[in-house]
Design a protein around this ligand. Structure first.
Ligand code: MRU
Length: 355
């Protein structure tokens, strides 16, 4: 499996995802600002991966100086919080680093630095473990012999490793379910064509690449057994922000009575966000739409809209697969129970014990 990001000899190393599948180039960041820039410029992307990058970046930033530690910490965190607005994993990781800092801030600089690096490593390792666990939960939902449609890249590259939607696909494949995948190219940044197709091909999981507009055709023809996508933020009511085009796929799946699953670790669930209307949607450079690489494909000066994400209403989602189990409607209760680690309906159990 590809190494998306790692801490190596006082640097943060990540594969440059903009160059895949043509070139496998690893960027070495010696300065926290380089890590922040890498998130902004999509060297590294995908909700859990950018959370891990921010955590390593904060640890790196605190190793670059010994002076004015609390002010420095705030400045570094602020830099990462300003990189990309939609994926909540970024803010979740910054919060975890902040809690660690608060716990050790009275100690010496060396101890603070070590605690922050330990926490960043934990965030990295826990993400892989979460993806493996959610992969197992999700694989149980995938029918034997299914062709699964996925959008964007929610794979090893979008996480610390293994992937969320692709984690489910990997687990179903490993369980001998003889599945195949249809991957949408995912305009305009082409994460499906460049990254998902690359990952699945490398793992020898059968994959067919289609353009985004072809999905309805294959659903109508009965070629898709289920859809599995990742998420950038899941609101408390189960609305899901994910790569632009996800909502259209969910609406199509609903029209054709095809199950639509979201795979995401609990670090992607934002209980403080009531519903999808409150999720900030990133607008990206119009050039991503008017150009493919250096080649201009639209008239110069044309008006362009480029929202990077959309919101799929919870009514269109069949289940949300997390590392702690599968949430189903009504999501308000099921998500809260999973995120807070509560048991199912404790009051009813209490009542039955009494009778
Ligand atoms: O703009 P990107 O490439 O960061 O968007 C990524 C996605 O939308 C993924 O589907 C999402 O982050 C889930 S990744 C496990």
């Amino acid at each position: 499996m590809v190494r998306t990001i790692e801490w190596r000899n006082e640097t943060v190393v990540m594969i440059d995802q903009r160059l895949l599948p043509g070139q496998e180039v690893y960027r070495v960041c010696h300065d926290y600002r380089e890590v922040a820039r890498a998130i902004k410029d999509m060297v590294i992307r995908g909700a859990p991966a950018i959370g891990v990058a921010a955590a390593f970046g904060i640890a790196l930033g605190m190793r670059q100086t010994r002076r004015d530690v609390p002010r420095r910490f705030e400045r570094v965190c602020k830099t990462f919080a300003a990189t990309r607005p939609t994926a909540v994993n970024l803010f979740w990781a910054i919060d975890r680093m902040r809690r660690t800092f608060t716990r050790v801030r009275a100690h010496g600089v060396d101890e603070i630095r070590e605690a922050l690096l330990r926490e960043a490593r934990a965030i990295h390792d826990e993400d892989i473990a979460a993806n493996r666990a959610l992969g197992q939960h999700g694989a149980a939902l995938v029918p034997r012999g299914a062709q699964v449609l996925t959008h964007c890249n929610a794979g090893a590259l979008a996480t610390a490793g293994y992937g969320t939607a692709l984690g489910v696909i990997r687990a179903a494949h490993a369980a001998g379910k003889h599945i195949s995948v249809m991957a949408t190219e995912t305009r305009p940044f082409l994460q499906g064509a460049r990254l998902t197709a690359w990952e699945l091909k490398a793992d020898r999981i059968p994959v067919t690449l289609i353009t985004d507009g072809m999905a309805g055709h294959f659903m109508r023809a009965g070629k898709i057994a289920c859809v599995i996508v990742g998420a950038d933020r899941v609101a408390a009511n189960g609305d899901v922000a994910n790569k632009i085009g996800t909502y259209g796929l969910a609406a199509l799946a609903h029209r054709h009575r095809i199950p639509f699953f979201v795979a995401a670790p609990t670090s992607t669930v934002d209980l403080a966000c009531a519903d999808g209307d409150h999720i900030p949607i990133e607008d990206r450079d119009p050039r991503e739409v008017t150009h493919i690489g250096d080649r201009q494909i639209a008239p110069a000066g044309i008006a362009v809209a480029n929202p990077a994400f959309d919101v799929t209403p919870h009514q269109l989602i069949s289940a949300i697969v997390t590392e702690r189990g599968v949430a189903s409607a009504p999501y308000k209760g099921s998500l809260r129970r999973l995120v807070r680690g509560q048991r199912r309906e404790p009051r009813r159990r209490e009542a039955s014990r009494r009778t």
